[in-house]
Design a protein around this ligand. Structure first.
Ligand code: FES
Length: 111
């Protein structure tokens, strides 16, 4: 049964601050019940997607961010940070996205 699990402090997550420039170091890797999840804060809103690229396992939390997309650092597939949708080759499959809620300063992800 799905439940919300506390994974991070919202105040500690780096924010993209609404820029559409390519920005580095904005993802945060967390592990919940064996799942690697990448957190991103886009202009104040927190999103969670699967942290492992569907192409060949690249670490999406280490990818650069442009707008609402993360670029896989391994071979540059793009994914929507909001929905997990694959938006650029070589990835053909979406990554999972997770429901997020923020209570006080606590970021919780539904797993
Ligand atoms: S592992 Fe992510 S694009 Fe290849």
């Amino acid at each position: 049964m799905a439940q919300f699990v506390k994974v991070a402090k919202e105040s500690e997550l780096p924010d993209t601050e609404g820029t559409f420039e390519v920005v580095e170091g904005k993802g945060t890797l967390v592990e919940v019940e064996g799942n690697k999840i990448a957190l991103f804060k886009l202009d104040g809103e927190v999103f969670a997607i699967d942290g492992t690229c569907t192409h060949d396992g690249g670490p999406l939390s280490e990818g650069s961010v442009q707008g609402d997309e993360v670029v896989c650092p391994q071979c540059r597939a793009r994914f929507s940070i909001v929905s997990g949708q694959a938006r650029g080759l070589p990835a053909m499959e979406d990554v999972a996205s997770y429901e997020v809620r923020v209570t006080d300063d606590n970021v919780e992800v539904e797993v």
